[in-house]
Design a protein around this ligand. Structure first.
Ligand code: HEM
Length: 479
């Protein structure tokens, strides 16, 4: 069967075909030194051309930023005919679209393949506001402050386990130093355990909870894994249904270090919540739980892994943070700007919209590219450089409105506007408090190069690309 011509109908068809034919391999995007983009040819006026097949290439996953730069500079609203998707890539445009909740709706119902259920992520306007207020206040402000000691306790207990000679996550090296894989030993499970505790899940359900989380996350990818995801979601709902009945009879509370009650847990709060006079159903309580867990696990894991990877590969900045504990906030936010665990968010426009001379017909799929907004040189100078001291990044109190004043801006990793991540504050606490404890415990931490994945040259570390750091092996001396 003849191969489909993916450039059919594309206005740049001729040039694309020529550029592809001239590239080292006719249909494979070459792998390039970091920071360089594949030359896709130029139009008669000198404008670089863009081949949407690059979005599916290994090179793009390895190093997307040079391609986003071409889009920002030359096609700030780009229509990719191959994937029938529009891309918005400049910081100011992404911000404006996120604030326009009526014009740009969030993903349509069913996009989580039924695994999470009907969540606020898939609602807009009034419906979204009512759902969002259900538990948002328990993840911020005083409520969050009261939970910090238990977040610390949890982090400390997980890291203390590394001292145990029997701990399966720790390798004892011949010279007495130790090596751990940060994900397995800490970052994969820590955010899930925090959420499990804050929600108010009984301790006995914790192991099952991690299984439900993993299965539901895999199920979001569709196909065979979706079946397991749906099954896990059903198991979770069965379990939550019995909890709902119990908590309606007997509310449960979170406690501080001294055993004092610090407020009802989130599950109890959800069980007491009424919308238009009706109590939430077990299905609705489950969907909220599933969303909080799914949204807070992989993301915070990614933030902790990327943060430590970036600090360990920039030893001068690691030394600065060690010397000045107050720099953790800046290190966390610069990590999210430089290498966010989330690339962007999909939206659909409710009416025809014109931006930068491109008319986007109502109902189109539009990707708001947070990765690109965070690397927009119109906002952040020298964006590819990791610099916790950069003067143009705002690292203060997180604001739903975002921050854009006096030459400083907040990053886009938590989004902005009505859908701003309600877990931003708690994930900040988890990453910063967890990292402080790690820093105290790890003497002379360094990357165990011999265990790490390599880049195409077989020498240097594999770049973070679009997927972030999957494994981070750290060797340290015992204190
Ligand atoms: C570094 C960690 C995190 C990152 C980078 C992140 C990022 C985001 C982003 C970009 C959105 C906006 C989605 C949109 O605009 O459509 C979002 C929404 C959300 N996040 Fe997070 N998140 C993180 C951690 C968490 C945590 C720890 C929780 C819960 C404990 C959480 C719960 C949620 C929920 C419930 C939503 C949906 C909000 C809505 O649609 O109104 N996130 N997150």
């Amino acid at each position: 069967m003849a191969e489909a011509d993916l450039t059919a109908g594309c206005p740049f068809r001729e040039t694309l075909t020529t550029a592809a034919a001239q590239s080292p391999s006719a249909d494979v995007v070459p792998t390039l030194p970091i920071g360089e983009a594949w030359d896709m040819g130029t139009a008669a006026d000198g404008t670089p051309l863009f081949d949407p097949r690059v979005f599916d290439s290994a090179e793009f996953f390895r190093n997307p930023y040079p391609y986003y730069r071409i889009l920002r500079d030359h096609y700030p609203v780009y229509f990719d005919q191959l994937h029938n998707t529009y891309y918005v890539t400049r910081f100011d445009d992404v911000t404006a679209c996120y604030f326009d909740d009526e014009g740009f709706n969030t993903i349509p119902k069913g996009s989580s393949s039924g695994v999470l259920g009907n969540t606020q992520l898939e609602l807009s306007g009034v419906e979204h506001r009512r759902r969002r207020n259900l538990y948002g206040q328990h993840l911020v402000g005083q409520n969050l402050k009261k939970r910090v000691p238990s977040i610390n306790r949890l982090a400390r207990s997980m890291i203390d386990a590394w001292d145990d000679i029997e701990d399966p996550n720790t390798i004892i090296d011949a010279n007495g130093s130790r090596t751990v894989e940060l994900g397995r030993a800490f970052a994969n499970e820590f955010p899930i355990r925090v959420v499990c505790e804050v929600l108010g899940f009984p301790a006995e359900a914790q192991d099952r909870f991690y299984y439900w989380y993993n299965s539901m996350m895999s199920g979001l990818g569709g196909s065979a894994a979706q079946k397991q995801g749906l099954q896990a979601r059903q198991d979770l709902e069965d379990y939550v249904s019995s909890l709902v009945a119990e908590r309606r009879r007997t509310p449960t509370f979170l406690h501080d270090e001294d055993g004092n009650q610090i407020g009802k847990d989130i599950i109890t709060k959800l069980c007491e919540t009424r919308i238009d006079g009706d109590l939430l159903s077990a299905e609705e309580v489950t969907s909220n739980i599933a969303l909080i867990v799914a949204a807070g696990g992989e993301t915070t894991r990614g933030a902790i892994m990327n943060l430590w990877y970036l600090l360990l590969t920039h030893p001068d900045q690691l030394a600065d943070v060690r010397a000045d504990d107050a720099l953790w906030d800046a290190a966390f936010h610069e990590t999210l700007r430089h290498s966010s665990p989330i690339g962007g968010q999909p939206r659909h426009n409710s009416h025809d919209i014109e931006m930068h001379g491109v008319t986007i017909p109502a109902g189109s799929l539009i990707q708001m590219v947070d990765f690109s907004a965070n690397h927009d040189e119109r906002v952040f100078a020298d964006p590819e450089t990791f610099n916790i001291h950069r003067p143009d990044l705002y690292s203060g109190k997180l604001l739903r409105s975002g921050y854009r004043k006096d030459g400083r801006s907040s990053h886009m990793a938590f989004g902005v506007g009505p859908h701003l991540c309600p877990g931003a504050w708690i994930s900040h606490q988890e990453a910063v408090e967890g990292s402080r404890i790690l820093m105290q415990r790890l003497r002379n931490p360094r990357i165990a190069m011999e265990r790490m994945a390599r880049d195409i040259d077989g020498e240097t570390l594999r770049p973070m690309g679009t997927s972030g750091v999957r494994e981070l092996w750290i060797t340290y001396d015992r204190t």
